[in-house]
Design a protein around this ligand. Structure first.
Ligand code: DSN
Length: 415
């Protein structure tokens, strides 16, 4: 695709670093549940002259001249997202997940208002009310939890908390929760207590768009998603809502929170939505989930504890306590094997988020490479061998070589 000849001539120092990262991505295994490989077409859209434009406002209502073409690209992105998620209204301008969530709170509630969100160490996100995040600082969050015995969200408990707290908003949709979410029940509870229903589907958006997981967009008040995880687009986000909230949401994004949208990213979002509308994307989503199921089964066979004992989506959180190491130690060992993962808290984690007890594994990126169940079994065996033989540097080197060989046989489509 790109020949990089201009950056080579002008700035070889930066090009050298970019090439180093290309090599790392090519030769190493990506099991971080929130990462993926954007297509060549998505990358090309990001590298266009659309980055040169200022276009505060919305199609046909801009605060700068010369936006006729930008209006076209933003409209394509909006229409494709509407079709993909069956949304009444879509704002494609949010720069990323947390800014999108900030815009939702800004649109629907006031500082100090009561909100329910899942606790971070139970699988929630920082922007769902963590005390050190803007969400927890500005709004009065009550954090619900997963049931410790099952690792699943107990909807009777959520209802009990909602009836007691009477929140203005209920947040559902998570960063480290491996089970299907009971969207209808969340909506019923929100309606019962007079709260807005807000879903953050950042992790599962691609699986939802493909029709492989339940979709809250048609009936929730408002839904956000990033565009770069299972959806496999550029780094960014969108907000979807019922038509009656469209003005509130649009005003919160601009002029409320953001200035000029990143139009080159809007174009790349449109390209990614176009890809997700194709039948091949459904096959991709199915394979992501089949791979995750196999991965969870293999871990369980080897004696690992998975929170909720399995997965319905693309990820799982594995408790490393029984193996005598923390999530951070496991992450470091696997780094030495050429396998990238992210440490993760487990429900009621006795350890802090910087050094938690678990590791989160996900299959979106390796599935984009074309890996299937047979390869997943080998990968879990390598992970286990790395952990069991962590004090044997030659063993970790040997695993790294095997990982590299597999990665080179399944090249990243855009490299
Ligand atoms: N950082 C993302 C994740 O890894 O899940 C969430 O924002």
């Amino acid at each position: 695709m790109f020949d990089y000849k201009n950056i080579y001539a002008q700035d070889p120092e930066v090009l050298a670093v970019i090439k180093k990262e290309m090599k790392r991505q090519s030769e190493e295994m990506e099991l971080i549940a929130s990462e993926n490989y954007a297509s060549k077409a998505v990358l090309e859209a990001m590298g266009t002259v659309l980055t040169n434009k200022y276009s505060e406002g919305y199609p046909a209502h801009r605060y700068y001249g010369g936006n006729q073409v930008i209006d076209e690209v933003e409209t394509i992105a909006i229409e494709r997202a509407k079709k993909l998620f069956k949304a009444q209204h879509v704002n494609v301008q949010p720069l990323s997940g947390s800014p999108a969530n900030a815009a939702v709170y800004f649109a629907f509630i006031k500082p100090g208002d009561k909100v329910l969100g899942l606790k971070l160490d139970h699988g929630g996100h920082l922007s769902h009310g963590h005390p050190i995040n803007f969400s927890g600082l500005l709004y009065n969050f009550t954090q619900y939890e997963v049931d410790l015995a099952t690792g699943r969200i107990d909807m009777a408990k959520v209802r009990e908390i909602a009836l007691r707290e009477k929140p203005k908003m209920i947040v559902a949709g998570y960063s480290a929760y491996s089970r299907e979410i009971e969207w209808q029940k969340f909506k019923e509870i929100a309606d019962e207590v007079g709260a807005f229903s807000f879903a953050d589907i950042a992790h599962t958006a691609g699986l939802i768009a493909a029709g492989e997981m339940a979709n809250p967009v048609p009936f929730f008040d408002v839904v956000t998603t990033t565009t770069h995880k299972t959806l496999r687009g550029p780094r960014g986000a969108i907000i979807m809502c019922q038509e009656k909230f469209s003005k509130l949401v649009d005003r919160a994004v601009f002029p409320g929170l953001q200035g000029g949208p990143h139009d080159h990213i809007t174009a790349a979002k449109a390209v990614a939505f176009g890809e997700a509308l194709r039948p091949e994307f459904k096959q991709y989503a199915k394979q992501v989930m089949a791979n995750a199921k196999t991965m969870a089964e293999e871990f369980i066979k080897l004696g690992y504890r998975i929170i909720s004992d399995g997965t319905d989506n693309h990820l799982m959180v594995v408790d490393m306590t029984a193996k005598g190491l923390s999530g951070k130690e496991a992450e470091n060992i696997l780094d030495r094997c050429g396998i990238s993962v992210s440490r993760s808290t487990i429900p009621n984690d006795p350890n802090p988020p910087m050094n938690p007890s678990g590791v989160r594994f996900g299959t979106p990126a390796i599935t984009t490479r074309g890996l299937k169940q047979e390869e997943i079994k080998r990968i879990v065996a390598w992970i286990n061998a790395g952990i069991e033989h962590r004090d044997e540097p030659e063993m970790l080197e040997k695993i790294k070589d095997q990982v590299r060989e597999m990665c080179l046989s399944f090249p990243i489509p855009s490299i």
